[in-house]
Design a protein around this ligand. Structure first.
Ligand SMILES: [Zn+2]
Ligand SMILES: [Zn+2]
Length: 261
């Protein structure tokens, strides 16, 4: 867990999760000359309750426990999944009189790590995942631990689309020019949406779906001032990423099952 708190999924040196650290000879100098790259900060992880399972202490054959978290500093998403084998005899599982702790060994065949040579985690879209799987070496246990790290959902491009003043100004100009039926009086131009208004609108659209059960069937009209000025066509990729999609008559349909918190 200590290694996870300084884990950098796109490091180009020795991986702190899957490889043994080299012996350090002096400050910053290792025995093999290999770099041992960690994140620039200690991740401050907060648990995402809605993506985590409850009853973490419960053990049963085949059961899976998940703790999902996000770093408040870099927005890295981290998910820790522990799975018991379907046919396990719980008496043989750690901890027991023979093994007081699990002894997890990295299993490359079950993992799908990022290739640091070709990946910049913070700038990739769709989200890139680094998956590392570890299996307990006790033959009577074989509990599996999977650590999945995912890039921040809000990329630099998303930040620009949602908060950059010039982008918001251009969005307002485009809304007026391309939708004369919505803006019949061109002399009464509205002010560009502020970043606060844009973010509030986006959150409200998500809440409207996520807080309603069963999922609503209604749509967001593409041609309404609020949507055009706050999000418009250029934010469609964000809306689609959140689970919304365009229907055949160019309205946004709500697919709340895909919404990401
Ligand atoms: Zn972090
Ligand atoms: Zn074990």
């Amino acid at each position: 867990m200590t290694d996870l708190l300084t884990y950098n999924p796109v490091n180009t040196g020795i991986n702190v999760l899957s490889e043994l650290p080299p012996r350090t000879l002096a400050k910053g100098v290792t025995e093999t000359g290999a770099s041992y790259q960690k994140s620039k900060h200690v991740h401050e992880l907060i648990v995402k309750d809605n993506q985590s399972t409850t009853g973490l202490g419960n053990k049963s054959p085949g059961c899976t426990h998940i703790v999902a978290a996000i770093c408040t500093k870099c927005r890295l998403h981290v998910e820790l999944e522990v799975k018991y084998p379907e046919d396990v005899d719980l008496k043989g599982c750690c901890p027991n009189s023979t093994h007081l702790l699990h002894h997890f060994r990295y299993d490359a065949s079950l993992s799908s790590p990022l290739d640091p040579a070709t990946t910049q985690l913070s700038s990739q879209f769709p989200i890139r995942r680094d998956v590392r799987v570890f299996v307990c070496s006790s033959s009577t246990c074989s509990v599996r631990a999977k650590i999945t790290c995912s890039a921040p959902v809000v990329t630099e491009r998303y930040k620009d689309l949602l908060t950059n003043k010039q982008v918001l100004y251009a969005r307002r100009v485009r809304a007026i020019n391309e939708n004369p039926e919505v803006y019949p009086d061109k002399d009464k131009h509205p002010n560009p949406a502020t970043a606060t208004r844009v973010l509030r609108t986006l959150v409200q659209y998500q809440k409207n779906v996520m807080l309603r059960s069963p999922p609503p069937k209604d749509t967001i009209s593409w041609v309404n001032k609020h949507y055009l000025e706050c999000l418009g066509a250029d934010c469609l990729e964000i809306m689609e990423h959140l689970g919304f999609k365009l229907d055949e008559v160019i309205k946004l349909c709500l697919l709340c099952s895909k919404l990401i918190s």
